[in-house]
Write a protein that binds this ligand. Structure first.
Ligand code: FE2
Length: 668
């Protein structure tokens, strides 16, 4: 008897995904295995983007197909890596089995790939599959190892060089070309080399404008035209690149003695009354207090630890009403008001913007998205096999995170890195600030519904980060719930999933450094807990990163709207500031130019970016999860359309959380 299995092999459509090597396959079923056969490549099979079908004959029925073994054999000298996407096998009785691959084959060993239906560890019954599962995890634990980057910060992936990262986690060739990822390359592309050696202070605002013209976006243009306005200053605490600082203020902290009987000109109400009405908000940068500051080009730098009071006025604008630049009140630490002289007030606001940009980059961007995303990714690879449903849900949210973080450690926060050299908190201060930021991490602050509630921001008008973010969270939560409830029918199944428990345990130990006070789960006991945590991971790696990453150039491209450092100490008295003092306080030319080039790089969109609504890789193969993926995509596209029509009526559109513009992973 001869039985024919039709085998369709798809190769990924990216540069160098194809191979000229010979490809062998074995089909493994419940009742037997095929021979290890060579697939005929005479019809240009296995080239980039190719989909080819082959016939594999067997003398017996293999029963239900469980896995395939793929092997690639090259010449003695040339070995050509291969990136297959998936393999589909049609059995003689017409049943189609799908095997997701999406994995680089770089050697000539046999590689095992399971049929796409997700299976939990304790549901495995076939001894061969139990063996395959264990072997895969053993291999991945060898490949993905934890390393300490700096004591007190989340652990990272062990990698001495970029090439030592697993091939699946590396940028493809085309992306490598787009991102030279060096400040030098960025300076050249922006035509800024001539400025990059000048360590002078700025002479005039028009010189800064000349520099700004090297690359202008519609939002950076808006920022340049409106940066002096109080309404735009306040707006950015809600919808800028750092929407994470503002909170409702119910009582004034004693360290910030703003007169509570001060009145607002339009309503004639006092601060006390407005506070009772819920219209007063506070940004407190106490985490920056006493952080050791950098020395740049031989000059000591300064970083304020300000307190900012804001008022939601009758026009629903968030207006700054008082600023104190240091934490300890006193005669040498005046409280600035909008009624002060133009430059006293502008300078105070600019110290706030500088403090905010330092905290934003290290805490809300680097730590809370990049470094945590790496922890989630490494633990995922080490503890969950490809056939696990949580792996299938989250793998697309880990794309290129290990590479971008490797590059960030090498080029941005290393001893000679741009952030280390050209920000006020660079150097020793960076470690202090990272350490304090780790201490301030809580599970609730990573979950946007809890975070918004804890900051008392549920009903603030014109808060698009919250509006779009909560909608995205809810869409993700529903999707994750539907998918995981399909596999985990009860809480007991969650408790019994040893692989899943290992995943969260390693995250708790290596990402949150065993700090139980963070509220991060150390184990999962219910399906609901699991769903919330997986939603948080999905949200953090995609939406939250987009919210704090995408607008970097838009909002910091005009340097006075977010100076990376200040060259003079915060003023100790009023009435001394003028344009000359303002200019001499701003970062020097070289610092400005290097930061500009870096944020330009960090805001680039690559041509192979993958966005939230796109499911290029089909890890789920069963009908139910595939249907839920389609529903999820529909919800995301609908939200994108809603955001687009909302934005049509806004002077400044908020696009950072438009699902069609949110990358799936921390990839830049
Ligand atoms: Fe980023």
């Amino acid at each position: 008897m001869t039985l024919e299995y039709q085998v369709t092999v798809s190769t990924e459509d990216v540069a160098f995904a194809g191979t000229i090597d010979d490809v062998y396959i074995t089909l493994v079923g419940q009742d037997g295995s095929s021979k290890h056969v060579k697939l005929d490549k005479s019809k240009f099979a296995f080239h980039k983007g190719d989909v080819s079908t082959f016939t594999v004959t067997c003398s017996e029925d293999l029963g239900q197909l469980l896995e395939i073994h793929l092997e690639k054999q090259g010449g003695i000298i040339i070995k050509d890596s291969w990136l297959p996407a998936k393999v589909e096998v049609e059995s003689p009785d017409g049943k189609v089995y799908s095997f997701p691959i999406y994995h680089w084959l770089t050697d000539s060993k046999k590689h095992f790939f399971r049929e796409g239906a997700a299976v939990l560890d304790f549901q495995e019954t076939n001894p061969q599959m139990i063996k395959t599962r264990k072997k895969e995890l053993k291999n991945k634990k060898n490949l993905y190892r934890w390393a300490v980057y700096k004591e007190g910060t989340p652990l990272c992936m062990e990698a001495d060089t970029l090439k030592s990262l697993p091939p699946d986690d590396r940028y493809p060739f085309t992306r490598e070309l787009e991102f030279g990822f060096t400040a030098v390359a960025a300076l050249a592309k922006l035509g800024l080399e001539a400025w990059s050696h000048c360590i002078d202070k700025w002479n005039s605002m028009s010189d800064i404008e000349k520099l700004f013209e090297c690359h202008v976006t519609s939002m950076s243009d808006y920022a340049m035209k409106h940066w002096r306005e109080d309404a735009f200053f306040g707006y950015q605490f809600l919808n800028g690149v750092n929407p994470m600082m503002i909170q409702r203020c119910k009582t004034l902290p004693s360290k910030f003695p703003v007169p509570s009987n001060m009145t607002f000109s339009k309503s004639q109400l006092t601060l006390r009354t407005e506070m009772m009405k819920g219209n007063i908000f506070l940004c407190d940068y106490n985490i920056l207090d006493g952080v050791e500051t950098n020395t740049i080009n031989g000059r000591k730098q300064f970083l304020a630890a300000p307190l900012v009071l804001l008022h939601k006025n009758e026009d629903d604008e968030m207006m700054p009403i008082a600023i104190q630049l240091k934490q300890k009140p006193g005669k040498d630490n005046p409280i600035f008001f909008p009624t002060d002289s133009e430059y006293d007030w502008l300078l105070a606001k600019t110290y706030v913007k500088s403090a905010d940009s330092n905290l934003h980059e290290l805490n809300f961007h680097l730590l809370r998205t990049h470094l945590l995303a790496e922890v989630f990714a490494v633990s995922l690879q080490r503890n969950l096999p490809r056939v696990h449903p949580v792996y299938k849900l989250l793998i697309r949210h880990t794309r290129y995170t290990l590479q971008i973080n490797f590059l960030a450690r090498k080029s941005l926060i290393s001893e000679s890195g741009t952030i280390t050299r050209y920000t006020a908190s660079g150097g020793k201060g960076m470690l202090t600030l990272l350490d304090r930021s780790v201490s301030s991490l809580t599970y609730r602050s990573l979950c946007i519904p809890d975070d918004i509630a804890d900051r008392g921001l549920e009903d603030v008008p014109n808060f698009y980060y919250r509006d779009d973010g909560l909608k995205l969270w809810n869409i993700m939560h529903r999707f994750v719930h539907d998918i995981l409830s399909f596999y985990y029918k009860n809480d007991g199944m969650v408790q019994n999933d040893a692989e899943l428990q290992n995943w969260i345990q390693e995250i708790f130990e290596n990402g949150f450094l065993r700090r139980s006070e963070t509220g991060i789960p150390q184990k999962f006991t219910t399906v609901a807990e699991l769903v919330k945590f997986v939603t948080m991971v999905m949200f953090t790696c995609s939406a939250q990163h987009a919210a704090v990453n995408t607008g970097q150039y838009d909002l910091y491209g005009w340097m006075p709207n977010g100076p990376s450092t200040m060259q003079e100490p915060p003023p100790t008295q009023k009435g001394k500031a003028d344009e000359a003092r303002f200019l001499s306080t701003l970062p020097d030319v070289q610092t400005t130019v290097h930061i500009l080039a870096t944020i330009w790089l960090l805001s680039m969109q690559s041509s192979d970016a993958r966005y939230l609504h796109e499911f290029v890789e089909e890890h789920f193969t069963e009908d139910f999860p595939k249907y839920k993926v389609t529903m999820f995509q529909g919800d995301l596209i609908k939200l994108s359309e809603d955001i687009k029509s909302r934005n049509e009526n806004l002077r400044l559109p908020y696009t950072f959380l438009d699902p069609k513009l949110v990358e799936n992973s921390v990839a830049i």
